[in-house]
Design a protein. Structure first.
Length: 158
C-alpha cells in the first residue's frame, strides 16, 4: 500500500508549530521527533535542534522539516481545513492568526510560522457547484475569513 504524506520545509520553530497544530485539531498528534546530532561542530549550528517532527493533523500525515532558509514556505502550498460551521471557522482562524499571522482572502491565512491555511465549511463544494455558484464565488472574493451565512445567502439567491 502506498502512503501519501505532506512534507513542509521550515526555517526553525517546528516543535512550537507542531504543538500548536495538534492542540487545535481533533485527530492530531505528534508521532516522532528526530534531532540534528548534538554536536557544536554540526554544520549550520543546529546541533540538538529538531530536524523533523512527524505528526498527523486531523488524521493527515505531515512532516515538518527544520531545513533552513533555502526554501521558505509560500502561499503556493496550503493546508485546507474543512470544518463544521461558523464557530469552528472563527476558532481556528483566530488561533492560527494569533502571534503574528496575517489574513489573505477567500478563507486563506498565513500563520506566524509562515504556513498557509484555508479554512472552509464542509458545505463549500455544494455552495460552489450549485445553481448560484457565480454569486457564491463573487461573495467569496470579497472575504478574508469566510462568512458561511453570507455564502449561504448568495447560494439561495438573496
Amino acid at each position: 500500500m502506498t502512503r501519501v504524506a505532506t512534507s513542509l520545509w521550515f526555517d526553525g520553530g517546528i516543535e512550537e508549530a507542531a504543538a500548536l497544530y495538534v492542540s487545535l485539531m481533533p485527530g492530531s498528534e505528534i508521532l516522532h521527533t528526530s534531532r540534528y546530532p548534538d554536536d557544536a561542530a554540526f554544520p549550520g549550528g543546529k546541533g540538538g535542534q529538531a530536524l523533523t517532527v512527524d505528526m498527523t493533523i486531523g488524521g493527515h500525515a505531515v512532516t515538518l522539516l527544520n531545513g533552513g532558509p533555502e526554501f521558505p514556505l509560500s502561499e503556493a502550498v496550503s493546508l485546507v481545513l474543512e470544518v463544521e460551521g461558523q464557530a469552528e471557522i472563527d476558532r481556528l482562524w483566530d488561533a492560527l492568526l494569533e502571534g503574528g499571522g496575517r489574513e489573505s482572502q477567500c478563507g486563506w491565512l498565513v500563520d506566524r510560522f509562515g504556513l498557509s491555511w484555508q479554512i472552509v465549511p464542509t458545505t463549500m463544494g455544494q455552495l460552489m457547484s450549485g445553481p448560484n455558484a457565480g454569486a457564491v464565488t463573487q461573495a467569496l472574493m470579497t472575504m478574508a475569513k469566510i462568512d458561511v451565512g453570507e455564502l449561504e445567502r448568495a447560494s439561495a439567491g438573496s
